[in-house]
Design a protein around this ligand. Structure first.
Ligand SMILES: *Cc1c(COP(=O)(O)O)cnc(C)c1O
Length: 421
């Protein structure tokens, strides 16, 4: 469920007509609904309310400061994967003890930054990282709380580029070697082992891979406890999928997921952490674009938009399908026609959809890409020197630009010409 609905024939973000925002901000732009963001966070919180838990929003899905503050103020923790995300979380007022640091390639500077600013835990992904973190923490006279991310060798059944829990994937340590590596971790002076971490992939539409992975985590918890480690926290990652098309089979709900976690892990008495990103932000955001031209094609017409692959790369990168809807609701009985929906960038890959059935559209009409809130604006670029796409946040009838579109001067002004040139 989201808060982008038609009222009086006009698409609204909560109480604000999209066309009104477009008139003041220009197109393309991203628009997020606060109510949807908070609702999704709340669903996860409720799903785990049977025990101690923390929902750590995976910031990489949508990391605008305003979004991080909205969720952080509601009590969310943050899952960060870089020093930049850590800095954003802190700037949004999230306390260090609610920030977890994930990622296969943390740098010494990032480790120091988090140890100085406060951290809930590092999710460590390799033995060399373990040793480096211990050295850095020891040299600072502190101990770093850690989990080890284990790779359970489970196929999440998702897109190749976002599957992370199979044994050939770059993530985590092989679960078969976990006991040895935990022993090593316990012996290192700068570390305190507190739990286990696992994250098997993104856009999962089936709960069974989670069940398989969490069973292995439960077995490992018992084995590690028998080895003398205190395992008090289980970080179960993120990855729950969202319905990108309303016609599709609906992915499991957070409540189903919470029930599964309870069935598999409650008996261990651990604090549960989860790291959802897509499910919190995905359907809480749309990308709005304007029709520039309708061009007659060989088989069907091209709908040429002012938004492009640099603004929303998911179709080009993952073959993702986003529902596209007109800002002005089509009258009942309007016949749809197939369009190839494309952007202005000079690549054939700049195609959002082929043969998509839409009501007839004209230059100047606005369309919205639904489910664009996660891995949308954060993956945008200035390819073709198209200024970075702006972001807007709505709450009830409040609207705010939370990242403005840079002017050409601002965009170009970041480059410098060396004095010898
Ligand atoms: C990307 C990622 C997440 C979030 O995944 P979603 O599919 O957006 O829920 C959580 N944890 C880790 C370690 C990640 O890399």
């Amino acid at each position: 469920m989201d808060h982008f609905l038609y009222k009086d024939g006009q698409l609204h973000a909560e109480d604000v007509p999209i066309a009104e925002i477009a008139a003041s901000v220009g197109t393309p732009f991203y628009c997020y609904s606060s109510a949807t963001l908070l609702r999704h966070y709340g669903l996860f919180n409720d799903a785990l309310s049977w025990g101690p838990h923390l929902v750590c929003y995976a910031m990489k899905a949508a990391s605008n400061l305003a979004i991080v503050k909205l969720l952080g103020d509601a009590g969310a923790g943050m899952d960060v994967v870089s020093g930049g995300e850590y800095a954003r979380a802190k700037a949004a007022g999230v306390p260090g003890d609610r920030i977890v640091f994930s990622g296969v390639g943390k740098t010494p500077d990032e480790m120091r930054m988090a140890l100085e600013g406060g951290i809930r835990q590092f999710n460590v992904e390799s033995e060399p990282e373990l040793r480096m973190l211990s050295d850095i923490a020891a040299s600072m006279g502190v101990t770093a709380p850690i989990t080890l991310r284990v790779n359970p060798d489970v196929d999440a059944g998702t897109h190749e580029k976002i599957a992370t829990g199979r044994k050939g994937d770059k993530f985590g340590i092989p679960i078969s070697r976990a006991r040895d590596i935990y022993r090593e971790a316990a012996d290192l002076p700068g570390l305190q082992v507190i739990g286990i971490d696992v994250h098997i992939g993104s856009q999962l539409t089936d709960l069974e891979p989670y069940r398989a992975a969490y069973r292995k985590v439960a077995e490992l918890t018992e084995a590690l406890r028998a080895d003398g480690h205190s395992i008090d926290r289980l970080d179960l990652g993120g990855g729950l999928g969202i319905p990108y098309e309303t016609s599709n089979r609906q992915p499991p709900l957070p409540s189903d997921y919470g029930q599964l976690v309870r069935e598999e892990l409650e008996h261990l008495g651990c604090e549960i952490e989860i790291e959802p990103g897509r499910l919190i932000a995905g359907n809480a955001g749309i990308m709005v674009s304007k029709v520039l031209f309708v061009k007659e094609g060989e088989d069907r017409d091209f709908l040429i938009l002012d938004g492009a692959m640099n603004d929303l790369i998911r179709p080009a990168m993952y073959g993702a399908r986003h529902e596209i809807v007109p800002a002005r609701e089509a009258l009942p009985g309007t016949e749809k026609q197939p369009y190839d929906v494309v952007g202005p960038v000079c690549e054939s890959g700049d195609t959002f959809a082929k043969g998509r059935d839409l009501p007839p559209l004209c230059p100047g009409d606005l369309v919205a890409f639904r489910s664009a809130g996660a891995y949308g604006a954060v993956m945008s670029s200035e390819y073709n020197s198209r200024p970075m796409v702006p972001e807007v946040l709505v709450q009830g009838d409040h609207v705010a630009v939370i990242r403005p579109r840079p002017s050409y001067e601002e965009m170009i002004g970041r480059d410098t010409i060396p004095p010898w040139l």
